[in-house]
Design a protein. Sequence first.
Length: 541
Amino acid sequence: MRSFIIPGLLALVASSALADVVYNVIGYPDTEKGAFGVVINNKLTPLTTTEATFPLWSANVVGANPSSGYRYAKLDDAGGIVDKEKFLRRIATVKARNTPNEFYQRENTFATFPALPQVYPSVRPKTSKAFDDTQIATIHLTADPATVADMLANPLDTERKAIKAGFRFINADTVYSAAEVKLKVSGHGSRKFKKLSLRIKFDDDKGETFFDRPVIKLRSQSSEPTFIREKLYIDSLNAIGARTTQAAWVRVYVNNKPFGFHLLVEDIETPFVRGTFHDGSAEPKKLGSLYQMGSHVVGEEGTMIYNGSLTANYNPEVYSNKNLGDNPKDEPIAQFAAFMKDLAEYDPTLAGGLKFWNTRLDVNQFLKSMVLEYLAGAWDGSWWKGNNFFMYFNPTQARWQFIPTDFDSTFSDGSLADVAVPYKQFAASRLRRKGKDHPLVSKLILKNKEINKEFETILKSTVQNVFNNAVLDPRIAAYEKFIEAEAAWDFSLNRSKNPGKDPKYTISTFHESLTGPVTGITYGVKPWINYRAADVPKQIK
């Protein structure tokens, strides 16, 4: 079961009942019978909620003037005010019959950010309610308390089955509910922290999705004090026309208790592939093969080094088939192995490298992804770690497409001794690591003159037009202002009962990591951008 409730529809009902304004606020009372109200001209009107809308509280206030200022208040069991907003709210337009769904004590529901230049044509999917980054939505999860507690107490148990949970998503104009989803701890390295990432799977077999996404992830950003690095990386990929996942910040509550400030992202499944690489079209009816590469097995990385044609020759935890495509059921790696064989046999000194590979690989998408991995110092990405990327065989184009994902260790949040070097040294380092050459990088970007020239063109254009302080700093500053209160709220949460590491970030760390070093992170976000932007022109004559 799922439900959509649009407050504008409530307003139409209210209008027919001679109500003047519908007020809507998202909030969690202090007690089971507590509630919320709205104060207009010093008069309190209680708000109500239902099982289908909680934690959204609403009321039709007869006689309210849309131009009047108002404040929301938290009420005790008897309806008395225990807390009230200090700032005065006003409805954006005097003709409005309802407020948006506003969050208690959050002064601004919407934000605008300085636009980034579109360096190359945009290829991002159509706008979705799920990833409206101009506002901070609320995700409300409910599940058996004992089951949730046990799941959170054992985050390293990767074999644990998902638990059943209720799901509700509320933003300014939508309430979306799913009666039952599958909830589990997500991630690899993030499992070692007190603040955890979550994975939510909807019942796709019954047609249940979250705005066409069957799986979403709530990324904890546990090791990232600014919460901005990963979002800024996605913004930059969008600006240079590289296809990737989208994201938006959300507040998360579990069983009415604060869980954390997370980044909502879409998981890379076949609906993502169809929406991102086929413009949401029903054609082709059969999608191509999809593979996920990772380096979560000690000593192994998704380097794409050819190791024979058989699936048994590849560790399924490093090379994981996510969609069979045209592969035989008993050999799900067959098609990808053929690509790796072409890569192994390719002589990068031959002329016509760009034409040769463009028939096999979307070279432009791959190079743009690698440009940003290098610029942002993506230590845990494909180039250096053989991690966090997918390869999709597009049957419409009859060639492979590279898909980057999970951008946590970026913008100086990583092992800088490895990534703070000229790009040719960065690529050549692969050849010195025994058994860990990344031929897609070393053969194409480093050794083939024609593809190298194209890489340098994209690298230079990206630095000149978007990856520099003049362009990115204003957006960073707007993000900093937008999420500052959310970061402070997240840092205040008591996670002492959870196992794992606690970096003990504070709101001071939040600000400081944007402009300079903090414990465990050598550069601030802005100095890192300055370093890379100044260094790249020196590398490209």
